[in-house]
Design a protein around this ligand. Structure first.
Ligand SMILES: [Zn+2]
Length: 429
């Protein structure tokens, strides 16, 4: 989304479509607003089906309070206006009632941002506003007071959540990250005891690797172009299946030798195009593009492992429920899981940050998937298709394991049955 070139009503309609499409709001719930440079507030209407909202439905509220549009502004307009008054840096606000965050708001808790470094980085501290009647100025005062204290994400007691940003995509990314964290924590608490990270570890995760130096490619081979299209297909698919989120999830494919493609940093995964992917060659990045911060990590893995042609680094929510509790997902439960994933070794965040080569040491044809606790799942494969398949199987497996835990526990297959699988499917040992 090139926000600077889009009209506020188009941005609001686009983000609302995304929210509704991913089950993060109901037909009647949720409202979005943008303050433009003239002080007008563009806001979604009340009483209109959010599943079919279009740009024409968006209302403009002028600084004098008069409105333009075919509907009435959302009944929650008072807290949008109050936040803009108290936080001049805020130019967009998102409010919705996604079920996981509502669960926290009903329980008078906020998700623990120390479970995942990226949540800490994207959301910051989470505020909590006391219950008031929806649409009332009292609610507006309570919500804006918490934002005035510096929070960009807050939970409303017995109600829902509000996030803010310098633009609506930033507010949406904060909202999506918070919802994702809430879903992980709920699953993790059903599984065991979530283990938050120390502040020193979170600080390490925020350290940016220096950008690779640039080069101008002599050309782009048909193979490279083909790989770009294939990668985009799987990046988009991983987003639509909630295996990755807006700015999370690194995808990479080897083009040849020391040359590989990788996702750009900070790019919306839903809208990434083949030309946005970054070619890295002999330690240099394609001129004018910013590579994922994992580029050096991927380069070292490709250099060490001839058998690896594709890598995915992602945080699927059910796998990460295991990742934040330190409990290993047991793949010796159904044949498909063991054949595709084998055993999944895990290492701590601290070990991963202190020794980036540790994951590479664990990877092998008989161990193609590694779980970095509180951080990510790393999947290696001989093609992007196989990497994506493994990512999906890992998440499906974790989902089944979580359900089986509630159904009375797991009954893994025996050592002998595992040996039969290795022999029958000629699995590498
Ligand atoms: Zn509401």
């Amino acid at each position: 989304m090139k926000l600077a070139l889009m009209h506020p009503r188009d941005i609001i309609a686009s983000i609302m479509k995304r929210l509704y499409g991913y089950g993060m709001t109901t037909t009647s719930g949720g409202n979005l607003s943008i303050m433009d440079s003239d002080g007008n507030i563009w806001i979604s209407p009340g009483g209109v089906d959010k599943g079919t909202l279009t740009a024409q439905d968006i209302i403009k509220v002028k600084p004098d309070g008069s409105t333009e549009g075919i509907h009435n502004p959302s009944s929650e307009f008072p807290f949008h206006r109050s936040i803009y008054e108290l936080r001049p840096d805020v130019k967009a606000i998102l409010h919705a009632h996604p079920s996981a965050l509502v669960a926290f708001s009903i329980a008078s808790r906020v998700p623990n941002i120390d479970l995942l470094p990226m949540a800490h980085e994207i959301c910051g501290d989470i505020g909590f506003a006391p219950y008031e009647v929806p649409g009332s100025q009292k609610l507006g005062d309570a919500v804006s007071k918490v934002f005035a204290e510096g929070a960009n994400c807050i939970l409303l007691e017995n109600h829902g959540t509000v996030t803010a940003g310098a633009n609506l995509l930033e507010a949406f990314i904060r909202f999506e990250t918070l919802d994702y964290l809430a879903r992980i924590q709920i699953k993790a608490e059903a599984l065991g005891i979530p283990r938050p990270l120390e502040e020193s570890t979170i600080r390490k995760s925020c350290v940016r690797n220096p950008e690779l130096p640039e080069f101008i490619p002599a050309g782009h081979s048909p193979r490279e172009c083909e790989l770009r299209s294939e990668m985009v297909k799987f990046i988009n698919r991983s987003y639509s299946q909630m295996l990755a989120y807006s700015t999370g999830g690194t995808f990479s494919t080897r083009v040849s030798g020391n040359s590989f493609l990788i996702t750009p940093t900070g790019f919306d995964r839903l809208n990434v195009l083949p030309g946005d992917l970054v070619l890295v060659q002999d330690g240099y990045r394609e001129m004018g593009k910013r590579n994922s911060r994992a580029a050096g990590f991927c380069r070292d893995i490709y250099a060490k492992h001839d058998w690896i042609e594709a890598l995915i680094i992602a945080k699927p929510p059910n796998i990460m429920a295991f990742g934040v509790t330190g409990i290993a997902p047991d793949t010796r439960t159904i044949p498909e899981s063991y054949i595709m994933l084998r055993d999944i070794p895990a290492i701590s965040c601290v070990e991963h940050y202190d020794n980036p080569g540790a994951v590479s040491e664990l990877l092998s044809p008989s161990s193609p998937v590694v779980l970095v606790q509180n951080d990510c799942l790393i999947v290696a494969a001989s093609s992007m298709l196989q990497a994506f398949d493994r990512l999906e199987v890992a998440e499906f497996t974790a989902t089944s394991l979580l359900s089986a835990t509630r159904l009375g526990g797991l009954h893994p297959i025996t050592e002998e049955q595992v040996s039969e699988l290795i022999e029958a499917f000629k699995l590498p040992v």
